[in-house]
Design a protein around this ligand. Structure first.
Ligand code: NAP
Length: 262
């Protein structure tokens, strides 16, 4: 009984793995980067606010882990290559990718200007595409397997008024996830997504502090926002050998919100 439990626990470990996390400076990315480090991975923390990455790296190091803070604007294709070069030299070839960097600029479809559409797609979709391509090319060349996790959204499954650009970017990322899963499985690289429901982070904290926001959350099927730690188990499953035959899945983590019609 104990042996079986130990084997189960170990299959979720990430010892020897090198994680590359985008948007590690706050919210979901910060929480999952820390979780990956606690599960044994060496973690490359990337984002534009490098001071925050340095703080997180200090926390990880103080706990006995290994982390590297790397300044990266994911909309800069050349910078992605440079970041991978840097991480490969200092931590090893990344074999666990968390495409988490994202932006939300709510606007009704008829009021969404070209710049909003472009920047939303560039950050939420094209950047994850480019990071995945960079990572997979290196893994294939090194004949190594890995796991890519793309953070999509319940708004990539259903839609809500005022979120057209965001929803479209996340639906595109979900489909790219399936396409990559199909093509990369022969190389031992799995590609999955996590579609979070509502989690209170810097992206939406202003709205959820309003009466309207509080009332909205109460009306959702779970009646509350998720807690960041509730994303850790699902992410470790997709990241680790515990999920070795899970590929091309978008795992919804939303307390059942997506199942409702309204
Ligand atoms: N919170 C929710 O309810 C929810 C629900 C579904 C999906 N999501 C998704 O979860 C992901 C994380 O969001 P969050 O809720 O944790 O929000 P957040 O706290 O605002 O974090 C967003 C992260 O994205 C990074 N980022 C944005 N633009 C970037 C760029 N051009 N280059 C590099 N990094 C960039 C930010 O870092 P810097 O500003 O330091 O660069 C920050 O670390 C996003 O993809 C979001 O769409 C969130």
């Amino acid at each position: 009984m104990n042996d079986a439990t130990t084997a189960l626990d170990n299959s979720f470990r990430l010892d020897g793995r090198v994680a590359f996390v985008t948007g590690a400076s706050s919210g979901i990315g910060q929480a999952l980067a820390l979780a990956f480090a606690r599960a044994g991975a060496r973690v490359a923390l990337t984002a534009r606010r490098v001071d925050r990455l340095a703080e997180l790296a200090e926390v990880i190091t103080a706990e006995g882990g290994q982390a590297l803070a790397v300044a990266l604007d994911v909309t800069d294709r050349a910078a992605i290559t440079r970041a991978f070069d840097d991480v490969a030299a200092q931590l090893g070839i990344p074999d666990l990718i968390l495409n988490n960097a994202g932006v939300a600029k709510p606007a009704l479809f008829l009021k969404t200007d070209a710049a909003t559409l472009e920047s939303t797609m560039a950050t939420n979709f094209t950047a994850a595409w480019n990071v995945s391509q960079e990572a997979a090319r290196r893994l294939v060349a090194a004949k190594r397997g890995g796991s890519i996790i793309n953070i999509t959204s319940v708004l990539g499954i259903g839609v809500g008024a005022g979120h057209a650009a965001y929803s479209a970017s996340k639906a595109a990322l979900a489909h790219a996830t399936r396409a990559m899963a199909l093509e990369f499985v022969r190389y031992g690289i799995r590609v999955n997504g996590i579609a979070p429901g509502w989690f209170v982070t810097e992206m939406n904290t202003d709205f959820f502090a309003t009466e309207e926001g509080v009332a909205y959350l109460k009306k959702t099927p779970p009646g509350r926002a998720g807690r960041l730690e509730e994303l850790v188990g699902p992410a470790l499953l997709l990241a680790s050998d515990a999920g070795s035959f899970v590929n091309g899945v978008i795992l919804t983590v939303d307390g059942g919100h997506h199942a409702a019609l309204v």
